[in-house]
Design a protein around this ligand. Sequence first.
Ligand code: NA7
Length: 532
Amino acid sequence: MVDLDVVVVGAGFSGIYAVHAFRSAGLTVRAFEAGDGIGGTWFWNSYPGARCDVESKDYSYSFSPELEQEWSWSERYPAQPEILRYLNHVADKFGLWPHIQLNTRVTGAGWDAATASWRVSASDGATLTARFLVSAAGCLSELQVPDLPGLAEFDGAWYHTSRWPKEGVDFAGKRVGLVGTGSSGIQVAPEIAAAAEHLYVFQRTANFAVPNRNRPWAEAEERAFKSGYREYRAEARESFLGVPITGTGRPVLDEPPQDVQRLFTERWEAGGGMPFLGAYTDVLVSQAANDVVAEFMRDRIREIVADPAVADLLCPRGYPVGAKRLCQSDDYYAMFNQANVSLVDIRSTPIESAYPGGLKTTTDSYDLDALVFATGFDALTGALFAMDIRGAGGVPLRSAWATGAQTYLGLATAGFPNLFIITGPGSPSVFSNMVLSIEQHVEWVRDCIAWLRSHGHATIAPTAAAQSAWMEHVSEVAYATLFPKADSWYVGANIPGKPRVFTSYLAGCGPYRAKCDAVAAAGYEGFALGGS
Ligand code: NA7
């Protein structure tokens, strides 16, 4: 006798919707969530300045027209506390709380062929069995802190942006060191600089950041937009990124330079990253085209930052714009004009160690009262490996993916029957509007489970052949672009020893959805079905 139909790991956007969708389909479900609240990414990343880089109207569930109409976003880009309030509202509205167990981490999951079920162990000591295991553990949840000699001896407090104290941190009168200048570092820096006596930004790689032009969402604008929400969502689902954006449909290299400057200037003034990278067809496939955008952005940095030496150090070079996640901020570059902010180049003079009073680079010492690490995550695979999943024959997922993640459609992996991964490697995932991608995956899994039941099948797993053909296709699409060229978390380059592979699917959300639907319509082509 199996305890549950489905165990869901995590209660962020994915887990919350999975609980709702599976329950609505008549399945018994329990979600385990390590945090003491729901929200996933938006629960953990509560550092000051945390904000989504996708607009509120897009970064929200589309499954309920009623929810869509009743919830009102206050700003163009939603800040972390507002997203968290939204997710709690969703859990209240759809009665999900009884099916979510907080403060509980899944510590192990093993496939038992004899009972065709997963035996799941949790940090509260409980074990239970479920027909299906659905990972909604997130792409960016396993944080990484650099292995810095002397950190344990540092006298001050140190923080990672992804484990920010809920009571907040008072930096008044403090000398603060910030390590990391990705999206998190760029968002938190101006907030720290506004409070601290001095902020030292330790930069290893300069990043491109475009303005948000964030603003309140006026009531009249919201009303007008919402009258066409359904049509907008339909367009979003079929779009490339899960967000409809307007490009010229032409290559930048064929355009008169003054037209290019005019369009980029318009988009810079309008704010947002996607309209920028999507303005022309060749920006993410041709280095020469990419250089045009990169130079436009470097010119803006040189305009904003008063000290030419600091501006020069902030100008990203050596990788294509967009190949590391394009950051968004209205005030990061201007912050360097403040007298209490210094930029430290740790590319040429790396940090060697921490000492009780601060950080030492190869050439200088910096006395600090607090340290903030915005050093990112073991992305895409980190959270899956952390829970020790063992498939058929007891094979650990970590071993099966030793040379890089292997999935079929990003949804499932050979040798791990009845395991589904929401927005995992092999799917558009982090290259899309995550909320719509999550909905598509959850609904596909829900329909798959219903189909298996109605057709008398107990198990499903991809065939090795279908999986390797899919990963080859993923790779072929990716390596025709500039994305794999940067040392980014997209390729695992930020984690020492991690195999360097690009596993996200870049052919676009619309075509990907069509492919998943076609596989289902063909009786789950590429999957082996078993048992009864
Ligand atoms: P990211 O984008 O991975 O950025 C991490 C930053 O930390 C980046 O600037 C790194 O430099 C730097 N880093 C990482 N390890 C070190 C060490 N050991 N020493 C110095 N500097 C280091 O993480 P975020 O949290 O900002 O953003 C993650 C995603 O969340 C983001 O892309 C959005 O999708 C939302 P590097 O570039 O590796 O030289």
